[in-house]
Design a protein around this ligand. Structure first.
Ligand code: NI
Ligand code: MN
Length: 223
């Protein structure tokens, strides 16, 4: 199984099926421009903000991918011509071809901006993906004690950029609760407002005897 970071909150997971999470490509200053996406079977969308829905409509049409998100975002995407959607909601789990998926809570917003208007995008979430390894992608979230319920996930992908999401201090507290084997930081340095020192985060995580891998956009990790 291969995990590739594509800048901001975009992660590609390649296994028996290929998944992309929050495919913000167009307008993403951190996206590795020369990267060639493989065929995408599933697109997972954590919430309705533009830096997460991103290119979901275009990619799903190009690859015939199934989009998994909350009910409201799935409805919105269908109105934009996406014909394969799988709506879920927070706390719900389902078996898919690639493994078991659960939507997890996030403390955030989920409004979708469409033509200058805000459309209700349901509740924001994250995903717990149980494949050969279990991967928790937190989405955009503040620190919440509910993260204790994610204890046992192998890999935690956590936002560290502050302002809209957890900063380093809070993300380290999240790591303490989750106790994963590996942590990957995300949602930082895309713009100045979410600047964070990932090396500082890494050194604090390592003090907990937990591995932290900083991936550069375009960089992959075999897990
Ligand atoms: Ni957001
Ligand atoms: Mn965001």
């Amino acid at each position: 199984m291969k995990i590739t970071f594509l800048g901001h909150a975009v992660f590609l997971i390649e296994g028996q099926k290929n998944l992309i999470i929050d495919p913000f490509i167009t307008g993403n200053p951190a996206y590795p421009g020369d990267f060639q996406l493989p065929n995408i079977d599933y697109i997972l969308v954590t919430h309705g903000h533009g830096d997460h829905i991103g290119d979901t409509v275009e990619l799903s049409k190009k690859f015939g991918s199934t989009v998994i998100s909350n009910f409201e975002i799935c409805n919105y995407l269908q109105s934009k011509g996406v014909n394969k959607v799988h709506p879920m909601h927070i706390g719900g789990s389902k078996e898919f071809e690639f493994g078991k998926l659960k939507m997890t809570p996030a403390l955030h917003g989920s409004g979708i901006i469409d033509d200058g208007k805000i459309i209700y995008g349901g509740n924001p979430g994250g995903f717990l993906i149980k494949m050969e390894k279990s991967i928790y992608h937190a989405g955009d979230t503040g620190l919440t004690k509910d993260m204790e319920l994610l204890k046992g996930a192998d890999i935690a992908i956590l936002p560290i950029g502050g302002n809209f999401v957890m900063d380093i201090e809070d993300a380290v507290r999240a790591v303490e609760m989750i106790q994963p084997k590996l942590v990957i930081p995300m949602h930082y340095n895309t713009w100045e407002i979410i600047n964070a020192n990932a090396e500082e985060f890494k050194s604090q995580v390592e003090k907990l005897d937990i591995e932290c891998k900083i991936l550069k956009p375009g960089e992959s990790l075999e897990v």
